[in-house]
Design a protein around this ligand. Structure first.
Ligand SMILES: Cc1ncc(COP(=O)(O)O)c(C=O)c1O
Length: 427
């Protein structure tokens, strides 16, 4: 199921925004999260996975506190990839046994903090296991600790977000280290979990399953050794990476199809009694938000038509720097919030506001005729956008609002940054 926000809802919300003058000469853009979409995605995830699954939603996809508070109410957990993310998770109110800490570069301080918190921890290397062992000889911890394995099943279609190639900075590669991995589980009696993550977007269900097959085979082998010591692996963290569609004309794979493949090819994952952890981020958020910017200028020079808007490489870092791998659909609403459509179209490039020649979020795309003062909608911006906001040129982060269709309510999730906020950031 790949639900997207309906264009009719986007129009309704935009009209409310216009009425409330939330977009004006000063506040020129806005990001809107659809809460019902997020609830639906989480409920769908929960209804398809076995009930004992801990869904630790990847904070790196979207760290907005007011959105994460909704996750707590929905009884899911959170995955943190750095010490600050761990701190934010804790401060937001996630119980320690619903937090998974996955940083690939944990310092001794990070490890002490996380062990003291008692959250799940996935170690990224043998050296990290050795550091954890040192700390555990000095303090007690309720943490459940796993080891991240790189199943080395190959890259997805996007190289920069694929992490299960032959060489990766993440996890212990399985091929040449099998024996050493098994020995580590036997040596450390506190090591009781296994973790994999294949990549983010550009990964097929087939690749996700291949990763699980490799990790399950290894887990069986480890368990065979551990059973002689009266232990078993207790949790299996399958990571995130479930792909979404950024094109209105393409449908994304369904979580149901993933579960069916798991049941067919790696049934043990759900039958062995181990706690299953997932770390989906993009799946929950990407299609759950859209951005609106006022079209400030329509620049017509020779045969080039360039739209100047107020969100660019600061907000859509990946799209601007790596345009061939990433895409966002764009719609145009007029100054009253009505959808512009029809056969009368022109080719435009869409430029962000930054002082950098590569700041384009679309090049030569067909759009209805655009005028200054229209609104440009960027679809599917709920994941890896705000969390990747760039401070280049010191642009103010726009107001972020939440929309609840059932309550017909708009709320502020985060106020727009002030000029003083920015001054304080740099001093
Ligand atoms: C370890 C880990 N878990 C989970 C995720 C979330 O991936 P996605 O948002 O594609 O589900 C990532 C993202 O790269 C990750 O590195």
């Amino acid at each position: 199921m790949g639900i997207k926000i309906e264009i009719s809802d986007i129009i309704n919300i935009t009209k409310k925004i216009i009425l409330e003058k939330k977009i004006n000469d000063e506040s020129t853009s806005l990001v809107c999260y659809d809460f019902q979409n997020i609830y639906t995605k989480i409920n769908y995830l929960k209804s398809n996975f076995p009930p004992n699954t801990l869904h630790a939603i990847a904070m790196k996809a979207n760290p907005l506190v007011k959105v994460m508070q909704e996750l707590i109410d929905m009884e899911v957990g959170i995955e943190a990839a750095t010490l600050p993310e761990l701190y934010i998770a804790h401060k937001t109110g996630f119980a320690s046994d619903r937090i998974v800490f996955d940083s690939p570069a944990k310092t001794m301080n990070d490890l002490r903090f996380s062990l003291d918190l008692g959250c799940y921890i996935n170690a990224n290397s043998f050296s990290e296991l050795s550091r954890i062992n040192t700390i555990l000889s000095q303090m007690k911890s309720d943490s459940k600790i796993g080891l991240r394995i790189n199943p080395q099943i190959g890259l997805g279609t996007i190289k920069s977000t694929s992490v299960a190639g032959k060489v990766s900075k993440f996890g212990v590669p399985i091929e040449k280290n099998r024996q050493q991995i098994i020995e580590a589980y036997c040596k450390y009696d506190w090591l009781n979990g296994i973790h994999i993550h294949i990549g983010s977007q550009g990964i097929s269900i087939e690749q996700l399953i291949k990763g699980l097959e490799k990790a399950c085979e290894l887990a069986d082998e480890i368990d065979a050794h551990l059973s002689k010591l009266g232990r078993q692996i207790e949790f299996f963290d399958i990571g995130g990476g479930f792909p979404v569609s950024y094109h209105k004309s393409k449908t994304a794979p369904d979580i149901k199809a993933y579960i069916e493949e798991i049941n067919k090819r790696v049934p043990k994952l759900f039958l062995s009694g181990k706690t299953v952890i997932t770390e989906f981020g993009r799946y929950i958020y990407a299609n759950s938000a859209f951005a609106i910017s006022k079209v400030e200028y329509v620049k017509e020079a020779a045969d080039h038509k360039i739209l100047s808007i107020h969100l660019g490489a600061d907000f859509l870092l990946r799209k601007a720097y790596n345009p061939s791998d990433w895409h966002h659909d764009i719609s145009i609403l007029d100054a009253e919030g009505n959808l512009k459509q029809g056969a009368d179209t022109k080719k435009y490039s869409v430029a962000g506001p930054l002082c950098f020649a590569g700041d384009f979020i679309a090049v030569d795309i067909e759009l209805p005729v655009v005028e200054e003062g229209d609104f440009l909608i960027i679809h599917d911006v709920g994941a890896y956008t705000m969390s990747m906001w760039s401070r280049y040129n010191s642009r103010q982060i726009p107001e972020i609002i939440g929309f609840d269709k059932l309550k017909n309510q708009i709320t502020t999730i985060k106020e727009r940054e002030t000029l003083d906020d920015l001054f304080n950031f740099w001093q």
